[in-house]
Design a protein around this ligand. Sequence first.
Ligand SMILES: *[C@@H]1O[C@H](CO)[C@@H](O)[C@H](O)[C@H]1NC(C)=O
Length: 235
Amino acid sequence: MRNVTITALVALALLAGVAMGMPTRSYDSCMAVTQLSSSYNYRLYWNQLNSSSTSISIAMEAQVGGWVGFGVGGEPTMIDIDTQVGMMAGGGVVVDGYSDGPNQPPMDTNNDNTNVAVKYENGILTAEFDRVLNTGQVKDNVWIAGSNSIVAAVNDGTPPEVDSEYSRHDEAVRFPVDFTTTSSCPPPPPPASPPPPSNSPVTTNSPTVSGSASAVPMMIPAVLAAIAAIVVAMA
Ligand SMILES: *[C@@H]1O[C@H](CO)[C@@H](O)[C@H](O)[C@H]1NC(C)=O
């Protein structure tokens, strides 16, 4: 009976996550970066690492129009930070860079980010990617299964048109994150309120309608999983 409860709770948690418009993939850790202004609602997600991990799955998310960024290592003077900057340029990209001072970090020759997914929905920019912890390249830092000194940064300006050109961060903070730990975020703020009701018939093209409709197909597997778990345990 205990297993049923746990499985059903996990399925419901997944379901709740999808319904709240979180990243496309699921992550076992989420950190609300409260060191940045709260209006950005910056959240960093990752899948927990262990001593055998060789890569990591990351999502960075903020209420910004320009870009959402994340860097590993380097100096407070913005030297030698291994930067990942997510933006909608070209349909969505996570730029792999390496800073050499208080300027836009030059792009790496090799972009080592894989499984990249970037979306801008309801005013929230979400950038997801996978990354090998040690690429062996000079213009990358080694990310460790342990405590990393990381930088979270945002730009709330206009979206960059090309991936190589983006303006300076509006805010950046540095703090340690141990990727072998898990943490969880408080529930995100509710989405922007829908337009006031009118007498005209509801159109299927309104942003609120299509936004919630897109979540429904993704919710179905979680519901089925919850039902299946209960049925199996009762058999
Ligand atoms: C260690 O983490 C990797 C992902 O980084 C995962 O695939 C693997 O199952 C984990 N191993 C253990 C023993 O938890």
